[in-house]
Ligand binder design. Sequence first.
Ligand code: BG6
Length: 461
Amino acid sequence: MIQFPDGFAWGSSTSGPQTEGRVQGDGKGDNLWDYWFSQEPNRFHEGIGPEQTSGFYENWESDIELLSATGHSMFRTSIQWSRIFPLGEGEVNQSGVDFYRRVFERIKSKGIQLLVNLYHFDLPFALQEKGDGWENRATVEAYEAYARFCFETYGDLVDRWITFNEPIVPVEFGYFYDGHYPHKVDAQAAVRVAYHTQLASSLAVKACHEVNPAAKIGIVLNLTPAYPRSQHPADLKAARIAELFQAKSFLDPSVLGGYPPELIQLLKEQELLPAVAAAELQTIKEHRVDFLGVNYYQPLRVAAPRYLPHPEAPLMPDRFYEPYAMPGRKINPHRGWEIYEQGIYDIAEMIKQHYGNIEWILTENGMGVEGEERFRQDGVIQDDYRIDFVKGHLRELHRAIQDGANCKGYLMWTFIDCWSWLNGYKNRYGLIELNLQTQERKIKKSGHWFKTVSQQNGFDA
Ligand code: BG6
């Protein structure tokens, strides 16, 4: 039996924009996704956009019953900024405010610890339209006001706050790789957006503690060490730079209170350093997170770039490193991602050795599967592959905890199959199956299994 420490939390994560959906008259404003879908639906898998999510806005009561039915002792979701402030600032949408209160109260009444994230890639569109979104310092102020409003309104119900989910993702995909709106290709803007996001996060930490000094607030980062292809100095350098961009750019300021000197030097050499005020750096220094959320799906393997860049090509991270597909790697055949369970152990060691062994929660881990209906038997999806996936990662997490990791819980992505940005419903991750046509929910084999794991606080090895 693999047994976890007393009080270890079990559950799942999701987000507002991926579950709630749009209902006529709900008063929600458009966020980047709503707007982008209205302009370019062809960008979205099978033309499925953000209004067609799993309908949590209407089904929240029965969905919360399913949290208990699948053994949740902890649950993470996010508030949609554009549901509270339709224009990102100014007028409040009271029905949105009331909706989250009802939901949070019900979750708490079930004895489930509640983690609430304030931002999951979902900037109110008005702030993008008006002032270039996160490129503009004014968005930092609007976010701070929104965050403060949430702390004051829901502070009695929320166990842990989260400032941002995976803040590097909108930077990469929105400003380098043409994958998220506003799909610019502009390194200067990317760096500014990253800096403003970090500043907003630190200001939210400050506001949260001002409202309630005892409140806990963290940030969720998609972390993995960067594994070099080889010990060749060029590969090692590539891995170091990849780690600076992908992990340390938010990890260091959030946990240690400052940016790594090597990252600053690199940005300087590329003439990319944004304008910063000394007072802002002081805010980042003083207002560090209380805990970390770690999302881990697959390792980052990199190699030195093979080619010199075209002299006129825009600056991209691949000038410094390129992805490396390690021969013989274990693969999730339904998603094409590598499976490397030891990554969890390595992350735990990294946090222990370099980040003061700060308290952390594994806030996302899971297995996306395309065409999952083919695994249905006797009416239930027999997702033994998902159970194996989770067991493999839990073994490594358990080993890390035995070696001193300060991890307090394991949250899967996700409880009910949900809409996933450009991927729509292609990759199903849920413990619970969603029938998109009928909106029917049905617990998968993994959901029943997960409940026993939670009840026993462990599983048969
Ligand atoms: C995580 C995000 O990185 O990956 C989620 O926080 C997302 O929002 C999840 O849904 C799965 O992504 P995908 O593209 O495989 O559906």
